[in-house]
Design a protein around this ligand. Structure first.
Ligand code: NAD
Length: 509
């Protein structure tokens, strides 16, 4: 395979412990090897951050914060703007690295970098809009307002499936807010993090700004724990499984820190009698098999009206026959590999659980082998008829397995949609205004994202992104998500010549 993109990103080395992410750190004894799920080849090695190195990173970040917080927000926005420009320049090689290290299609790899560029643009505008409110004081000659200050060090823990975009959603906002960032990327995609870090350092260097404004630490959950247990890190934004979120949430809460949690989903599309089947087909198939079912917003359940059930089943089965599975860097391929062989085992386990529960497969699954599939990470997307209350259906399996569920009336459909522990993304396919509004009403979908005539998968950066229940309640990216990265201060100024007390209290001396 042609891997010129690694050279373009300055990542052409395989020696253990080659990359640390920080110029001031030298390699440690232990390293993390990154193998591509595409062909199983070793891409490169990254140094695992030791406790001592972590201390150095935090000290540098603390020093950098003192400089960065004094810079006017629009000037910080200018640095983020320059990073957006660098990303435009490196969109092709970075997108290819995302595709090769994570296994998503090249279109999606480029799409992820485009999302980074978009969030940079969003953050630049935001840097002039970090508004506080002003309130009328109850006391004469007083002015009251609120302002927003940065928190300090923001710890970012990210998942493998969006190896670059999720970091940028957090960091670009946190940076214009005046915070500095320390990123613990997924141990499954460490080179993507090193590439983003190197590109960001280019911008810091060109502007003579301290390296500690943005840092990476490498390793598995143990390195993540350095951040979650560290009281010098006031906010930990963690993206990953619900299992991880429960541990991170508890650990950060124990020290009364703040956490922003973006966890697993179990997303469904309701298909009503009036649904446009062309829209259903694209929305459902892309939602279920895109990124090989490894998006937090992947469609896992289709809740189909009984009158449409057989028709939808038939159309889906024939669409699945046309899916091409293989090298995600080939533009003709629809479905790439799962991240690793452990993910393949989870997929196989889920299939056997469905069978044990009595589920029938409309499209059979299976692991692919032979030429082109040597990494052992390629699986067939499959479709099973199931029941919502089965334990396996209630659980998020991070693989292309789609469950078909049947409903009689809209109330039942909404109850099924909401009847899982997760609450990330949801959708209804309908041309019936009453049904659409019913789905969006207070008694409708309980998810953070609810769409009409769009699938569950993917979201625009302009909206606040996140979900309820076991998805963790966090919101990132657009709207007013920036408030999570700042502390609010209420200020009251007395410009009168007396000091009246609030609530009319008298205290005469
Ligand atoms: P994961 O939970 O295995 O790991 C995520 C990150 O958390 C990794 O960096 C890992 O090292 C770290 N981590 C794990 N345990 C930790 C601990 N105890 N303390 C500190 N850090 C810890 O998840 P994954 O397999 O990389 O990603 C898939 C999951 O992420 C899916 O559940 C998916 O739905 C979820 N996800 C959610 C969103 C969202 O926005 N809601 C976005 C992307 C992915």
């Amino acid at each position: 395979m042609q891997k010129d993109f690694l050279r373009k990103l300055g990542l052409k080395a395989k020696n253990p412990g080659t990359w640390t992410g920080q110029e001031h750190l030298s390699g440690s004894a232990r390293s993390l090897q990154s193998h591509s799920p595409v062909d199983g080849e070793l891409i490169g090695s990254v140094t695992i951050t030791t406790r001592e190195q972590y201390e150095q990173v935090i000290l540098r970040a603390q020093e950098a914060f003192l400089v960065w917080r004094q810079m006017p927000a629009p000037k910080r926005g200018e640095i983020v703007r320059q990073y957006g420009e660098v990303l435009r320049e490196y969109k092709d090689p970075l997108g290819r690295l995302v595709s090769y290290e994570m296994g998503k299609s090249l279109q999606e790899g480029w799409g992820e970098v485009q999302e980074m560029i978009d969030i940079c643009d969003f953050a630049v505008g935001l840097s002039r809009q970090l508004y506080g409110l002003s309130m009328h004081s109850e006391r004469p000659g007083h002015r009251m307002y609120e302002q927003w200050h940065p928190l300090g060090i923001v710890g970012i823990i990210s998942a493998f499936n969006f190896p670059v975009a999720v970091w940028s959603w957090n960091s670009m906002l946190a940076l214009v807010c005046g915070d500095v960032c320390v990123w613990k990327a997924s141990e499954k995609t460490p080179l993507c993090a090193i590439a983003c870090q190197n590109l960001f350092q280019k911008v810091l260097k060109a502007n003579n700004l301290p390296e500690g404004i943005s840092s990476v630490v490498n390793g598995d959950y143990k390195v993540g724990e350095y951040l979650t247990k560290d009281a010098r890190v006031p906010l930990v934004s963690a993206t990953g499984s619900t299992r991880m979120g429960k541990i991170v949430g508890r650990t950060v809460a124990e020290r009364l820190g703040r956490s922003l949690l973006e966890l697993g989903g179990n997303n469904a599309i309701i298909i009503t009698p009036s649904a446009d089947l062309k829209i259903v087909l694209t929305g459902a198939v892309f939602g279920a098999v895109g990124t090989a079912g490894q998006r937090c917003t992947s469609t896992r359940r289709l809740i189909i009206h009984e009158s449409q059930y057989e028709e939808v089943k038939k159309v889906l089965a024939s669409a699945y026959k046309q899916l091409r599975i293989g090298d995600p860097l080939d533009p003709n391929i629809h479905v790439g590999p799962l991240i690793d062989t452990a993910a393949v085992e989870n997929y196989q386990h889920a299939i056997s659980e469905v069978k044990k529960s009595g589920g029938k497969f409309v499209v059979e699954g299976g692991v692919l082998s032979g030429p082109g599939y040597e990494s052992g990470c390629y699986v067939k997307p499959c479709i099973a008829e199931a029941k919502n209350d089965w334990a396996i259906v209630q659980h998020e399996t991070f693989a292309p397995i789609l469950y078909l569920l049947k409903y009689k009336d809209i109330e039942e459909a909404i109850a099924i949609q909401n009847g899982v522990p997760q609450g990330l993304s949801s959708a209804i396919m309908t041309n019936n205004l009453r049904e659409a509004e019913r789905f969006l009403s207070v008694a409708g979908s309980d998810c953070g994202i609810a769409n009409v005539n769009i699938g569950t998968s993917g979201a625009e950066i302009g909206g606040a992104f996140g979900g309820e229940k076991e998805t963790g309640g966090g919101r990132e990216s657009g709207s007013d998500s920036w408030k999570a990265y700042m502390r609010r201060q209420t200020n009251t100024i007395n410009y009168s010549e007396t000091i009246p007390l609030a609530q009319g209290i008298k205290f005469d001396l």
